[in-house]
Design a protein around this ligand. Structure first.
Ligand code: PMT
Length: 396
């Protein structure tokens, strides 16, 4: 997808600049023509020579130093770029971009650009949470800039929190997504993600280990293929994607209602959520006191959302998941038939390296007329793109 694409990588001055070198290298390996521009602050972290060697191109850092006198570099680079990626983007550069200040090579070039722009904020958690930074990021979003949410973890400043530049591999996947064929342009896709929680009393509940990663990756894949995406999600702690309509729910019943309300308008519905099959028959209004001895809680069945959708199906492509710990194929084929789905994505959740909570997954998709296709273990983002392409092709 990146072969021959002109990508202008703008590196600004944060400690995460070192990751930008790996990003440049991976983009070049993926076939992109990568041109690097740096701020003077970035050069205090990583030298220009590193990027020049990785890209085999001169690095730009000064509007007044032209490598070729017959050209005006900041205008030509802005015109030639298919995509501009600012990684890492400091609070300072974000503030300048948000207010249209053009006082260095990067900000001047971006002001002259008409191509899509991706900004990857990376900084101390408090700088990121500062009202000014939040305001500036919001402004960039309104200006049509795509913001890649920073990751959570150990920050170089010693704090633990949000602010890490995502790993270069993740950034490459996101950038590839921007160049994906818009197979789902004009289509509506609804994805359910994450766990549901079924309350016992105000402070106790039943739930499961779903992190929402698989469903959120599917929503992002559908968005990148041009769809209008609704993400109905249970409680998740990972960042929600931009550019999709997110509907937060808690219980299976709330998920059912949120999906039914939107079902008639959908072209594809993918049920990646891990919905509870049972819920406590009684939900206590007050916190239950400890009793002497064992406590029994009676459970009742929840509505099977996928089955309900299967029975009400008109022209939608309906996709369910099957999380199984044994007899993967037998149980998945039974679910395909019982729930009247077009596809069931069979997930072996006995393997802890894939499935619940992990970044990777391996699945087999079963469909009508004996269709079956294996997807080997891979990053959920990449898998989601392949799955969504399969569903989009089925729709066509
Ligand atoms: O969220 P992650 O941490 O990334 O993990 C991903 C995942 C393992 C949760 C995901 O890949 C997955 O397998 N999701 C389906 C989990 C599940 O509930 O499987 P199931 O076999 O119990 O249910 C079968 C299908 O029926 C599912 O599509 C489920 O959404 C649906 N269902 C189940 C019960 C119910 N009451 N209503 C439903 O619609």
């Amino acid at each position: 997808m990146l072969n021959g694409r002109n990508i202008l990588l703008c590196v600004t001055g944060g400690i995460a600049s070192y990751k930008a070198a790996a990003l440049a290298s991976k983009l070049v390996q993926a076939g992109a023509e990568v041109q690097v521009a740096m701020t003077k602050s970035a050069e205090r972290f990583v030298g220009k020579a590193t990027f020049a060697a990785l890209t085999r191109k001169a690095v730009y850092d000064d509007v007044f130093i032209e490598h070729d006198a017959s050209k005006i570099a900041h205008i030509d680079l802005a015109d030639e770029a298919d995509l501009i990626v600012v990684a890492p983007a400091t609070a300072n550069t974000i503030a300048k971009l948000a207010s249209g200040i053009a006082d260095d090579f990067i900000t001047t070039t971006i002001l002259a650009a008409t191509c899509p722009i991706v900004v990857c904020p990376a900084m101390n958690v408090n700088m990121l949470d500062h009202p000014a930074t939040k305001r500036n990021i919001e402004q960039l979003k309104q200006d049509g800039v795509k913001i890649i949410a920073p990751g959570i973890g150990n920050l170089a400043c010693g704090w633990v929190g949000k602010g890490r530049l995502p790993e270069p591999e993740e950034l490459v996947l996101t950038i590839e997504g921007l160049f994906a064929d818009k197979l789902l342009s004009g289509r509506n896709v609804l994805v359910s993600a994450g766990p549901t929680i079924e309350r016992i009393d105000p402070v106790r509940y039943m739930t499961n280990d779903s992190s929402g990663k698989m469903g959120i990756a599917l929503a992002e894949a559908a968005r990148d293929l041009g769809a209008d995406v609704t993400l109905v999600h249970g409680p998740v702690s990972i960042p929600l994607p931009s550019g999709v309509t997110a509907v937060a729910v808690e219980s299976g019943e709330e998920m059912l209602q949120a999906i039914l309300k939107r079902y008639a308008n959908q072209d594809i519905v993918v049920k990646a959520a891990a919905v509870a099959d049972y819920r406590p028959k009684v939900r206590y209004e007050q916190k239950q006191k400890k009793i002497n001895g064992a406590l029994e809680i009676e459970l009742e069945e929840t509505t099977d959302i996928l089955k309900t959708l299967g029975e009400a199906k008109t022209n939608q492509i309906l996709v369910g998941f099957a999380a199984e710990t044994e007899q993967l194929e037998t149980h998945s084929l039974a679910k395909l038939a019982k729930k009247k789905a077009d596809f069931i994505v069979a997930n072996d959740v006995s393997d802890m390296s894939i499935g619940f909570g992990s970044d990777q997954n391996a699945v087999t998709v079963f469909g009508q007329d004996g269709f079956s296709r294996d997807f080997p273990a891979q990053d959920k983002t990449k898998l989601a793109r392949e799955l969504m392409t399969l569903f989009a092709e089925a729709l066509r």
